[in-house]
Structures are given as structure tokens and as C-alpha cells.
Design a protein around this ligand. Structure first.
Ligand SMILES: *[C@@H]1O[C@H](CO)[C@@H](O)[C@H](O)[C@H]1NC(C)=O
Ligand SMILES: *[C@@H]1O[C@H](CO)[C@@H](O)[C@H](O)[C@H]1NC(C)=O
Ligand SMILES: *[C@@H]1O[C@H](CO)[C@@H](O)[C@H](O)[C@H]1NC(C)=O
Ligand SMILES: *[C@@H]1O[C@H](CO)[C@@H](O)[C@H](O)[C@H]1NC(C)=O
Ligand SMILES: *[C@@H]1O[C@H](CO)[C@@H](O)[C@H](O)[C@H]1NC(C)=O
Ligand SMILES: *[C@@H]1O[C@H](CO)[C@@H](O)[C@H](O)[C@H]1NC(C)=O
Ligand SMILES: *[C@@H]1O[C@H](CO)[C@@H](O)[C@H](O)[C@H]1NC(C)=O
Ligand SMILES: *[C@@H]1O[C@H](CO)[C@@H](O)[C@H](O)[C@H]1NC(C)=O
Length: 374
């Protein structure tokens, strides 16, 4: 039915006609341009930028880099050694001091750079680790080896902080890991619970994703996660969505109390009917931003569960992990993940990634949650 909104739409389209395509939102600004897909950016308050290179285009090389200068030079972080993993020649000991399969990076509330290494568990059980770097000295601050928690089946995905506790999602089985950052003691909870298991395969641009090697549908279990700015709630979901939450006091207690660990399913609450998601971020007001892998949209969920559209733009192709900087900008890495080598393309072509790759920002008028990062 035609109505006033159609006219309004026409006026809007006219206003932004200067852009190349009519669905290009002029609020998007380019932060980084690069040749290799990136699935996550983070920044320091001083303006340093770090990226996780995804290597889904079949290339090899550095996994964690810093972006230097106006020409976006990518420098291995903290050095070449950490970025020099070679699975066919490297040893068990190497797997403990190199990125084997870095899956995420972020500046923490302490200002350190934290890297999640999912590792290569069957051959290198100790490669599963959480690493922190002092970005002033660019040296390792601490490594938390999680091989005795993940065993050979549970790949760690990402991390969030809540004081002395860290929470990690584990995506190959589906579970949450609670870690005491002081003692290094950790525990895996909510294993294969309905809130940590994907009911449907991951979906992008309206198509279920398939593993290119096996042709099988790709299920990504516990993946996105956030902690509310008051530290009270932990939000999490599998890749295909349906976001849940649980009070952090139960997670923290479960670390040392078997009874509480067993009772955790009773404390899980439904939070939001999210779709297939590339990544999330949370602001100081507790709004959770998520990227919709099917619709090239970013939406945000208010703490009361109300969801609103932030931006829709065809360039936002599989925006993975997001980030909010101190200038109140949301960073969006348009990674084109579903066009990469790991996934079967609809016409069975390989690697249909279009270069260059863009990292965009958009002003949101909200600061990051201080609990989340400096
Ligand atoms: C890019 O910038 C870096 C740091 O500013 C500089 O060292 C390098 O020479 C520049 N490279 C090119 C190709 O301009
Ligand atoms: C790993 O080392 C082998 C043997 O030296 C070499 O052929 C291969 O290209 C290396 N792989 C990578 C990713 O560097
Ligand atoms: C993993 O690390 C632990 C603790 O450092 C050590 O006892 C164990 O031998 C290591 N396992 C392997 C396979 O290297
Ligand atoms: C990083 O190292 C510098 C120099 O040693 C030190 O002053 C600073 O406190 C360290 N930062 C953190 C977060 O540990
Ligand atoms: C796992 O091993 C680390 C040392 O590698 C240790 O600090 C931690 O306490 C262990 N966790 C459990 C649950 O045993
Ligand atoms: C462990 O948790 C249960 C219930 O969640 C509680 O009744 C019990 O007192 C706790 N044990 C300790 C040692 O705190
Ligand atoms: C939920 O919160 C949003 C943002 O604060 C507000 O605009 C909206 O009215 C609230 N909705 C309900 C149903 O409380
Ligand atoms: C897709 O292409 C690969 C080679 O690139 C081939 O091995 C595979 O059989 C093809 N799959 C289908 C369903 O056509």
C-alpha cells in the first residue's frame, strides 16, 4: 500500500543520491582499507589500532597486526615470532608461544591487548590459550593455557571481562568458560545447554553456510558475548542467534561450587530473538549492537530488550566482531567471511572475496562500557 512513508523514502533516496549506490549510508566512514579480510578491530584511547586477520582467503601470514600510518601498513603484533606458526614444522613448545589459530583480539579494561587463540587441539592440546600483551612494552604480560579445560574438542571463540573474572565462549561443542584472571583457574559450564548450542547452521545473505571441505552445514555454537556495564549480566548466543543472559554472580560462584555449576541452567533467561550474527559490541548504556549476517544491518538491543535499527548498507557484508572507540564510533569490519575459502559458495566457486576490504565506523553517540575496555 502506498502512503506517506513512500514519499519520505523517495526524499531520503534523493538526499543521499551523491553516493554510488542508493543504499550507501553517508554516515559510514572508512577507518582502514586492506587486502586481507579482518574479523575484528580494537583501538587504544591513544588511537592505536589492532586487527585480527582472518586468512579465510587462503593466504598465510600474520594473524594479529597493528595498523601503522595513513597508508594502513600492517605490522605483525607484537612481532614476527608470535605470528610465525607453521603446523607442519613447529613443535608442541612452539604452539605455546605462537598464535596457532587466533580467533579474536581486544583491548581490555586494563589497557592490555588480549588475544584468543583457539589453537589446533587434536595435535597441540596446549595451543588453546588467552594471551595478554602490555601495549607499552609490546611484551607478553601473561598467558592463560586452557588446554586442560577445552581438552581436544572445545575451540575457544572470544572473551569478555568482569573485574577479576573473564568469560569465554567455546564454539565447537557449545559451552562457556569462566576464568579467574588472578589464579588462572577455569571451569567449563553450560556445556551443550540449549543456550550454548546452535539450533540452525550459520546463515549469510539468506543462505545456510557449508564447510567447503566437507560440504556439511556449518554450525557455530556459543559465539557472541557481552557483559552489561554494571557487571550484573552476561549475554551470549550461538552464531545463528537467540541471545540469552545469566547473572554473572552465578557464573562466578560456579567456578568453585559444583552445586551452583550444576544449577546454572535454572538461571539462564531468554534475552533477544537475534538472527544470524557476525559480531557484537556493548556501549556504556548497556545497548548491545549486533550485525545481521543475512541483511547487512546493524541493530542494537536496549537493556529492556527493545531492538532498533542503527544502519543498513550493502557494504556491511558479514561484519564480524565490532568495537566502540573513545570517540563514540562503532567499528565494523566488513569481512565478507561467507565469501571465503572455508565456506562453500552457492555456485561452488572458491573465494569470492572482493578487494579491498574495508573497516567502517559510524558515530553512535555512546562511549564504550568501562568494564569492557579502556
Ligand atoms: C607507509 O607508512 C609507514 C609509516 O608511516 C612508512 O614507514 C612507509 O614507508 C609507508 N609506505 C608507503 C608505501 O608509503
Ligand atoms: C611450513 O613449512 C614447510 C616446510 O618448510 C613449508 O613448505 C611450508 O610452506 C610452510 N608453511 C607456511 C604456512 O609457512
Ligand atoms: C601442557 O602444559 C602443561 C602445563 O604446563 C604440561 O604439564 C603438559 O605437559 C603440556 N602438554 C603437552 C602435550 O605439551
Ligand atoms: C606496561 O609496562 C609499563 C612499563 O613497564 C608499565 O609502566 C605499565 O604499568 C604496564 N601496563 C600494564 C597494564 O601492566
Ligand atoms: C589448568 O592448567 C593451568 C596451568 O596450565 C592451571 O593454572 C589451572 O589451574 C588448571 N585448571 C584446572 C581446572 O585444573
Ligand atoms: C554452593 O552452592 C549451593 C547452592 O547453589 C549453596 O547451597 C552452597 O552453600 C554453596 N556452597 C558453598 C561452599 O558456598
Ligand atoms: C526500552 O528502552 C528504550 C531505550 O531506553 C526505550 O526507548 C523504550 O521505551 C523502552 N521500552 C519499554 C517497553 O520499556
Ligand atoms: C565443489 O568444488 C570442489 C573443488 O573445488 C569439488 O571437490 C566439489 O566436489 C564441488 N562440490 C559440488 C557439490 O559440486
Amino acid at each position: 500500500m502506498l502512503g506517506p512513508h513512500v514519499l519520505f523514502g523517495l526524499v531520503l533516496a534523493f538526499l543521499v543520491q551523491a553516493d554510488i549506490t542508493k543504499d550507501h549510508d553517508p554516515r559510514l566512514k572508512t577507518a582502514v582499507i586492506l587486502d586481507t579480510p579482518t574479523t575484528g578491530a580494537s583501538t587504544t584511547p591513544e588511537g592505536r589500532t589492532f586487527l585480527k586477520l582472518a586468512r579465510i582467503d587462503g593466504t598465510t601470514g600474520s594473524q594479529i597486526v597493528e595498523v601503522i600510518g595513513n597508508n594502513y601498513t600492517l605490522v605483525p603484533y607484537p612481532n614476527d615470532a608470535w605470528n610465525s606458526w607453521n603446523g607442519s614444522t613447529d613443535s608442541q613448545a612452539d604452539s605455546e608461544v605462537k598464535y596457532v589459530s587466533a580467533n579474536a583480539q581486544r583491548i581490555g579494561p586494563d589497557g592490555r591487548l588480549w588475544v584468543i587463540d583457539s589453537g589446533s587441539l587434536a595435535k597441540f592440546p596446549n595451543s588453546s590459550k588467552l594471551i595478554s600483551f602490555n601495549v607499552t612494552t609490546n611484551e607478553v604480560d601473561r598467558v592463560y593455557y586452557l588446554g586442560n579445560i577445552t581438552t581436544t574438542e572445545g575451540s575457544i571463540d572470544d572473551v569478555r571481562f568482569n573485574g577479576k573474572h573473564a568469560y569465554l565462549t567455546e564454539y565447537t561443542v557449545g559451552s562457556i568458560i569462566v576464568l579467574d584472571l588472578e589464579t588462572g583457574y577455569a571451569r567449563r559450564v553450560l556445556r551443550e545447554h540449549k543456550s550454548t548450542v546452535a539450533l540452525m547452521p550459520l546463515s549469510a545473505e539468506g543462505q545456510f553456510m557449508r564447510d567447503s571441505a566437507t560440504g556439511l552445514l556449518k554450525y557455530i555454537h556459543a559465539d557472541q558475548l557481552e557483559v552489561s556495564p554494571d557487571g550484573k549480566h552476561f549475554y551470549y548466543q550461538p552464531g545463528i542467534g537467540y541471545m540469552w543472559r545469566i547473572e554473572t554472580k552465578y557464573l562466578n560462584e560456579a567456578l568453585h561450587n559444583d552445586t551452583t555449576a550444576d544449577l546454572l541452567p535454572n538461571y539462564v533467561e531468554p534475552f533477544s530473538l537475534t538472527p544470524s550474527t557476525g559480531g557484537t559490541a556493548i556501549d556504556a548504556e548497556g545497548n548491545v549492537y549486533y550485525s545481521d549476517g543475512d541483511r547487512q544491518e546493524i541493530r542494537y538491543i536496549a537493556p529492556n530488550g527493545t531492538t532498533n535499527l542503527l544502519v543498513c548498507d550493502s557494504r556491511l557484508l558479514w561484519v564480524d566482531a565490532m568495537w566502540i572507540d573513545t570517540q563514540q564510533r562503532l567499528w565494523m569490519c566488513a569481512s565478507q567471511l561467507n565469501h571465503g575459502d572455508l565456506f562453500m559458495q552457492p555456485n561452488n566457486e572458491s573465494n569470492t572475496i572482493k578487494r579491498p576490504i574495508y573497516v567502517y565506523t559510524i558515530e553512535i553517540g555512546h562511549s564504550p562500557s568501562p568494564l569492557d575496555h579502556a
